[in-house]
Design a protein around this ligand. Structure first.
Ligand SMILES: O=C(O)CCC(=O)C(=O)O
Ligand SMILES: [Fe+2]
Length: 281
């Protein structure tokens, strides 16, 4: 092992946060050793969300290169003309700079509408506003905090993105890597739910029942004065890797405040192709 490699490894350290951990000793804009990359890939499943601060400028090209550590990129979004790379989703509070109204329809994971939702989401703040954070929640924490009754009931629910194309996922299922129970959900993109899908007592929810279940999930996430939630207020140079299957998120209302009120907000995001269809077994 070269000295430079040893150095890179010894500088790498983790500091736990309310959800996730902060990594120090890594400069993502520069070459990162294979050992450190392997460590990051292990740590992401332990901590669910990794924050790297003070990363300076991360180009679209570099963002995509870092993303490839985690798998194949998959881009289902609108490509804004200002995006630095076709695989980088560019979100902003100024529509000339990026897509507006993203992540504001409710708590969600990215790609819940796909057969295999994204494995990871990687975020880089290209321009941090004074206010306008991203809220994150550990989905296993949400499940663990349910009453026994509610847990039993949620275990029987499937979320339906599109009934006709059979885009139907169990609401609670084991995370494909950690096996910890997690949620497949999107509070703003759910056609309905199904009780006991593909069993004798299968039952599709009415519109009203669907709304009640969505509200119930929302209430569970924000309960007890939002104590399960971590809001990341972005600082320039922040880069976040999120285990998208383990962490739910939502853009805070302030993300939509105009650039003249809170400063220009530009967030770059990539998504990594999922390899697992959520399944109870
Ligand atoms: O703008 C944000 O803070 C997050 C938006 C979002 O949900 C996403 O990029 O997936
Ligand atoms: Fe999102």
């Amino acid at each position: 092992m070269s000295t430079a490699r040893k150095m890179a490894k010894s500088l790498y350290s983790l500091h736990r946060r309310m959800i996730g951990a902060e990594v120090t000793g890594v400069k993502l804009a520069e070459q990162v050793s294979d050992e450190v990359i392997e460590q990051i890939k292990k740590d992401i499943h332990v901590h669910k969300l990794l924050l790297f601060r003070n990363q300076g400028v991360i180009s679209g090209e570099r963002h995509v290169e870092i993303s490839r550590w985690f798998g194949e990129l998959e881009s289902t979004f609108y490509k804004h003309p200002k995006s630095p790379h076709p695989d980088v989703f560019r979100v902003s509070n100024d529509e000339r700079q990026g897509c507006r109204n993203v992540g504001r329809t409710g708590w969600h994971i990215d790609g819940s509408f796909m057969q295999q939702p994204f494995k990871f989401s990687l975020y880089y703040i290209a321009s941090a506003p004074m206010s306008g954070g991203t809220a994150f929640v550990s989905l296993n924490d949400v499940i663990e905090s349910l009453s026994e009754e509610k847990r039993e009931s949620w275990e029987k629910l499937w979320m339906v993105s599109d009934r006709r194309s059979k885009l139907i996922h169990p609401l609670i299922y084991p995370h494909p890597v950690t096996k910890a129970p997690t949620l497949c959900f999107h509070l703003g993109m759910t056609e309905g739910f199904c009780w006991n899908y593909e069993r004798d007592n299968e039952k599709w929810t009415s519109w009203e029942e669907t709304q009640n279940i969505l509200e119930e999930i929302h209430e569970e996430i924000i309960k007890d004065n939002r104590h399960l939630i971590y809001v990341h207020e972005w600082q320039n140079g922040d880069f976040i890797v999120s285990d998208n299957l383990a962490v739910g998120h939502e853009a805070t209302p302030e993300t939509q405040f105009s650039a003249s009120e809170v400063g220009l907000r530009i967030l770059h995001r990539t998504t990594i192709k999922g390899e697992n269809t959520p399944s109870k077994a």
